[in-house]
Write a protein that binds this ligand. Structure first.
Ligand SMILES: [Fe+2]
Ligand SMILES: [Fe+2]
Length: 193
């Protein structure tokens, strides 16, 4: 499989500096959380690759994103058609599969890093939390609190992050993807007590 160093070199040519540094931060957070949850060395490396490349389509315009989905037979739902920036996870997953041979577990974590989904895998959960709490670029009120939670409880971290996203969307009169609401409800109802 393509090395992390090669992926970094390629990513540097695709993303601007801020997004590149964010990607490095996500990869580092994935590594720390994978170790915290005793993932094998091999799984940790696969998760780090997924973390590094999760935003590789973030630079694409709305038109480019829609066109990529049409050309590659990726389904675009109603909310995504209104907010095509939401497609960057789905597109990055497709690119990583075709270009670098990432497996399904890696690609699905990339695909759902923005919204979450019901019945998330450990890869999905760690990448989701890393994306919102990495240490290099994420900076918002109470970030230290949000950064600590995934080390204690991944499900609780996802719930509090989605609560924040929904709260922010409501306050600013913006839409949020229904998968986020489904993810939150699923975790609330199914998390281990
Ligand atoms: Fe993203
Ligand atoms: Fe991201």
């Amino acid at each position: 499989m393509v090395s992390i160093e090669e992926l970094k070199e390629e990513l540097k040519t695709i993303l601007d500096d801020h997004r590149y540094i964010h990607s490095i931060g996500v990869m580092e957070s994935c590594e720390k959380l994978a170790k915290n949850y005793n993932l094998s060395e091999e799984d940790t490396e696969r998760l780090m690759r997924a973390g590094l490349m999760h935003d590789m389509a973030k630079h694409m315009s709305a038109e480019e994103s829609i066109k990529y989905c049409e050309d590659n037979n990726l389904k675009v739902d109603y909310i995504e058609s209104v907010l095509p920036s939401l497609l960057h996870g789905k597109i990055a997953a497709d690119m990583c599969k075709k270009k670098y041979g990432f497996d399904d577990e890696m690609c699905e974590a990339i695909e759902f890093h923005t919204t979450g989904r019901m019945n998330m895998t450990i890869f999905d959960k760690i990448l989701f939390c890393s994306d919102k709490t990495e240490e290099r670029t994420r900076d918002y009120e109470d970030v230290e609190h949000y950064r600590a939670t995934p080390y204690r409880d991944l499900d609780e971290s996802i719930i509090e992050i989605i609560d924040y996203i929904i709260d922010d969307a409501v306050k600013n009169n913006r839409v949020f993807h229904e998968l986020s609401a489904q993810t939150r409800n699923y975790l609330l109802l199914n998390r281990q007590k």
